[in-house]
Design a protein around this ligand. Structure first.
Ligand code: UT7
Length: 329
């Protein structure tokens, strides 16, 4: 079995919101945001853009690169925490756009661990049922600007909108698979540090929930920061040890883009130099489910990655959900 990445794609909206723009919304400043997070600007989707429309743009690029037609997809796994609707699932809207009528579609909610979770799921389906799932689209797309409280300086500086995807194909040969090993974790005991309190069955939407800003991201930043570094490092170490791969053999680490200081701390503890760590947080902030897919596509298209390179993903986010994955591009 040879499950390979045959295409990557990404999309970010055209509108840029700079740190200077945020200074007009909340009591913050460019210097604080840059030094504490590394973020310089983020993209904000237009009123007519949604998680599905952004994903579709990214998918168009991956399909064009692979030469595969949309209608030939066997499954679509979409990671998002900002679905177009509660139901139907947003993957089905992508399926409808590309008219891949036979594709099994579903959304997956794992916040910032979404893209890696979708990879794990789609790849596992292909391994388990190669006849059914030969071409699987893995996508992460989030319009976080609609769940960010633009009056909360603790969180509004961090997030942006975007989409990223990969197209996996099983070519039926004995070429080694692209996914070498992975380890994903969750701990539901930390809902109080990172969540959207309202809008689900726990706290349905009400005038009060809207008035109290309960439909927006709530995060205990400092606590999340500490947990993130330790979790990303230990998951990465576990995956590398399991694969028998040393950090010297990794061409590129693509970490979830939550905070430049988190990325640097993780890289330092893993002993990987900055030149082998992919960062685009400066331009996009944290795009949650899209983050790693977006970074992977940029790394491929700008020549930072070459075929055969080993790449380490590591991620952390709401759930809590975190993990690491080793792939060969
Ligand atoms: O992707 C999901 C996972 N998310 C993360 O991993 C994010 C993890 N957390 C972080 O990235 C960081 O904790 C933040 C960037 C959110 C905050 O940075 P920090 O260095 O942890 O700052 P802090 O929360 O400890 O706040 C330090 C000070 C506080 O003032 P006092 O109490 O020292 O007077 C804050 O009120 O900075 C203040 N502050 C701000 N000042 C200017 C908080 N936000 C801002 C702001 N502008 N936007």
């Amino acid at each position: 079995m040879g499950i390979r990445i045959v295409g990557t794609g990404s999309y970010v909206p055209a509108t840029i919101r700079t740190n200077a723009d945020l200074e007009k919304l909340v009591d913050t400043n460019d210097e604080w945001i840059r030094t504490r997070t590394g973020i310089e600007e983020r993209r904000i989707a237009g009123a007519d853009e949604t998680s599905s429309t952004m994903a579709i743009q990214a998918v168009e690029r991956a399909l064009a690169q692979s030469g595969i037609e949309g209608q030939d997809l066997d499954a679509i796994v979409l990671a998002t925490i900002t679905p177009d609707h509660i139901f139907p699932n947003t993957a089905a809207l992508i399926q409808h756009h590309f008219q891949c009528k036979k594709a099994f579609c579903f959304d997956l909610s794992a916040a910032c661990a979404g893209f890696v979770s979708a990879m794990e799921t789609g790849f596992s389906m292909m391994k388990a049922f190669p006849e059914k799932y030969r071409r699987v689209l893995i996508c992460g797309s989030d319009k976080l600007s609609v769940i960010v409280d633009w009056t909360d300086r603790n969180t509004c500086i961090l997030f942006g909108d975007g989409a990223g995807c990969v197209l996996l194909e099983n070519d039926g040969t004995d070429t080694p698979d692209c996914l070498l090993t992975s380890r994903l974790f969750a701990d539901g005991g930390y809902t109080d540090v990172l969540q959207i309190p309202a809008g689900g069955s726990f706290m349905p939407a009400s005038e009060e929930s809207v008035r109290n800003h309960k439909h927006f991201i709530y995060m205990e930043g400092r606590e999340t920061f500490k947990l993130a570094v330790n979790a990303m490092v230990s998951a990465s170490e576990e995956v590398l040890a399991k694969a028998g791969v040393t950090t010297d053999q990794i061409a590129l680490v693509i970490p979830h883009q939550a905070n430049l200081r988190i990325i640097q701390a993780v890289a330092k503890r893993l002993g990987v130099g900055d030149d082998r760590v992919y960062c685009n947080i400066q331009r996009y902030g944290n795009t949650s489910s899209a983050s790693i897919g977006l970074a992977l596509d940029e790394a491929c298209r700008t020549g930072r990655l070459k075929r055969g390179d080993l790449v380490l993903f590591t991620t952390f986010g709401g759930g809590l959900a975190w993990g690491a994955m080793l792939i060969r591009y």
